[in-house]
Design a protein around this ligand. Structure first.
Ligand code: ADP
Length: 399
């Protein structure tokens, strides 16, 4: 079964074509960027063949999808003979709100709910919906599935999702914690338990998805019971360019002093903050590490703040779970940044966390235990694969 996985943003489309045999095999992947701008760019990488890059105006999502489909069946660099070989399409959808506890087959009713949720996810859901509607036109009759970033966190109890504001805003506007990165948190927790031969139903796990966007989840018996992102992905950890938890009074004060309107405040906390804002150097941890090693004090401070935040959330979630059996690092930083992992786990012996620093320093992008044999809590690096989760759910629901 061939599954096309799409992640549509407002000006980009990331895609992968996977063949879901006994083992999933990636046939091709790439990205359409700068949709609607003067110069768009289309990248296509068929497995085992050279990358193709086309620069041309890409006026809308439909033109972007058209480029993807044409490349997949191109006589020279295509990987399919005909588009009939695409059996289903899986879409990453940012916000499933309180409607979707699971991935779903796309129906008119599902689309109406995704559309209604654009109200609370204006940056993401309209683009996701556009991807779905465009594919319905380009590949009529092919089953489509929506996989939500929020679904895994449906099990949060009210005490974890209700904010300390007048309850009527929850009732009127659905203001509550939803959480994101759900596919990743679920995938790495289940994968780790499989590798360890554990039954997830008796385990307490803290998953740290540390990428450009970063979130931490407390998982009890396989269910998310708390997570650091909130109503939007700006909450929780200090991230690449997002502020994370912030005194609301501080934001109001800045808005007043700088005369910022709502849009400008949104840009400030989502695009200009985080380690980028603290360091003034970069949101990229490789560049931050290099700058800090070269003596840049603010880059070093940004890294320290990031590490301290992760540590505090692990402590908080260990309290919420009444203990922790396993801590997982994943995402670009979690999988690759050995100093971050080492610093987070330093002085955590009260929680039974002891990592093998020498071993940790050798692990990049592999599934491995990095705690010492006598560590009460296991610590693992687990590689995530959100596209694979989308493809698996799509296959299950399209069959
Ligand atoms: P996104 O949220 O965009 O999917 P990723 O999970 O790809 O983000 O993570 C991107 C982050 O991972 C960047 O900050 C990048 O610097 C960091 N990263 C990737 N590779 C490494 C590495 N080898 N060492 C340190 N950090 C890395």
């Amino acid at each position: 079964m061939n599954i096309l996985v799409l992640n549509c943003g407002s000006s980009s489309i990331k895609y992968q074509l996977l063949n879901m045999g006994e083992e999933a095999a990636l046939l091709a992947k790439g990205i359409v960027e700068k949709i609607g701008l003067t110069y768009g760019s289309f990248t296509y990488k068929p497995t085992g063949k050279d990358k193709v890059v086309i620069e041309q105006p890409i006026p809308d999502h439909s033109a972007g999808m058209d480029l993807i489909l044409k490349a997949l069946v191109h006589p020279e660099y295509g990987v399919l003979k005909s588009l009939n070989e695409i059996n289903a399409v899986g879409h990453r959808v940012a916000h499933g709100g309180e409607y979707f506890a699971e991935s779903v087959r796309v129906t008119e009713e599902a689309k109406a709910k995704i559309r209604a949720l654009a109200e609370i996810a204006p940056l993401h859901n309209p683009a996701n919906l556009k991807g779905i509607e465009t594919m319905e036109q380009l590949l009529p009759g092919v089953p489509q599935v929506a996989v939500f970033d929020t679904s895994f966190h449906h099990t949060l109890p009210p005490k974890a999702y209700i904010y300390g504001i007048p309850y009527e805003y929850y009732e009127k506007y659905g203001i509550r914690r939803y959480g994101f990165h759900g596919t990743s948190h679920k995938f790495v927790a289940e994968k780790a338990c499989r590798l360890l031969g554990w039954d997830i139903r008796d385990k307490k796990i803290i998953t740290c998805h540390l990428g450009n966007g970063a979130s931490i989840t407390a998982i009890q018996g396989g269910k998310s019971i708390d997570t650091s992102m909130g109503f939007t992905p700006v909450a929780g950890l200090v991230m690449g360019t997002r502020a994370g938890d912030l005194d609301l009074g501080a934001l109001l004060y800045i808005c007043e002093k700088e005369g910022l309107d709502v849009n400008q405040a949104n840009t400030l906390v989502n695009k200009q903050s985080g380690v980028q804002g603290i360091s003034g150097v970069s949101s990229d941890f490789r560049e931050l590490n290099t700058a800090a090693d070269g003596g840049n004090k603010r880059a070093a401070l940004a890294l320290e703040v990031f590490v301290y935040n992760v540590k505090k959330y692990i402590g908080a979630y260990a309290a919420a779970l009444n203990g922790v059996d396993l801590v997982i690092f994943t995402g670009g930083i979690g999988e690759n940044d050995q100093p971050v992992r080492e610093e987070v786990c330093k002085n955590m012996d009260y929680l039974g966390i002891k990592i093998n620093a020498e071993l940790n320093a050798t692990i990049k992008g592999e599934d491995k235990i990095i705690s010492t044999d006598d560590s009460r809590t296991k610590v693992m690096v687990i590689t995530t694969d959100e596209e694979l989760v989308i493809a698996m759910d799509t296959m299950r629901l399209a069959k």
